[in-house]
Ligand binder design. Sequence first.
Ligand code: G
Ligand code: G
Ligand code: MN
Ligand code: NA
Length: 251
Amino acid sequence: LRIASELRYALENNQLRVFFQPVYSLTKERIVGCEALVRWLHPERGMISPADFIPIAEDSGLITNIDSWVLNTSCQQMKAWLDAGLDLKFVAVNVSSRLFSRIDFTEKVVEALAESQLDPSYLELEITESAVMDDVERADSLLNKLCDMNVRLALDDFGTGYSSLNRLKSLPVHKLKIDQSFVRNLPSDGSDAAIVRAIIALGFSMQLEIQAEGIETLEQAEFLRQSNCILAQGYFFGRPMPAAEFEQLIS
Ligand code: G
Ligand code: G
Ligand code: MN
Ligand code: NA
């Protein structure tokens, strides 16, 4: 409870930061986008990972405020980068199940886009499998609405949740993000190699973009390139970093 109120204070007093992790195109051989990842710059305890405070934020309901703040900040940053002439295709923002299930979720997206003046096609929303399994009809109508607005949609941590291929068939998303657990032991683990190749093939035949996560080595990057995976994200290409650092990296 104490941490929850500290977190509320942090949000209201400018202690949260948005870091950006590069997304690399293996075919274009350059950075084409980024994922926004929140950090808590605690005055005494230093940088706190979202892995440690997102669960607390979810329990207390504060997660929707944090996600909205990250969404607004990311849209504004992306707009500034595009205005400065940076050649980026998208900024991806994580959407918690809590935010996704809110009745005013699309309004928050519309607001963030209107306030930032960012063209919606540069915003990618990362949705989890659990969020789209809860109330299938509502999820589909919501995602279709966002699609119609030209917002991009990605299914995060693909392969780890409860969604089925049957669900995927009708799901209005543009991208699947292969979870890092399948990438970690590439290329030596035969099962992981088979799963990753199968997801890439599935993406190709369903006309979905595929982005692999958690690439840490050249060997993993090479395996993915040879398997015709187009997009890659991981420490090998760059860690999540402050906006100024990301800007330096690409210009
Ligand atoms: O950035 P990182 O390395 O430590 O993130 C840990 C977890 O926190 C990941 O599951 C990531 O998806 C989640 N996360 C990071 N930033 C956000 C955010 O802005 N909103 C939500 N809902 N989750 C986030
Ligand atoms: O749940 P989500 O996929 O949004 O979370 C992404 C998380 O993965 C963040 O915590 C981010 O910092 C972390 N991450 C990004 N690249 C790598 C990587 O190459 N290796 C590891 N171990 N974690 C990574
Ligand atoms: Mn994510
Ligand atoms: Na992920």
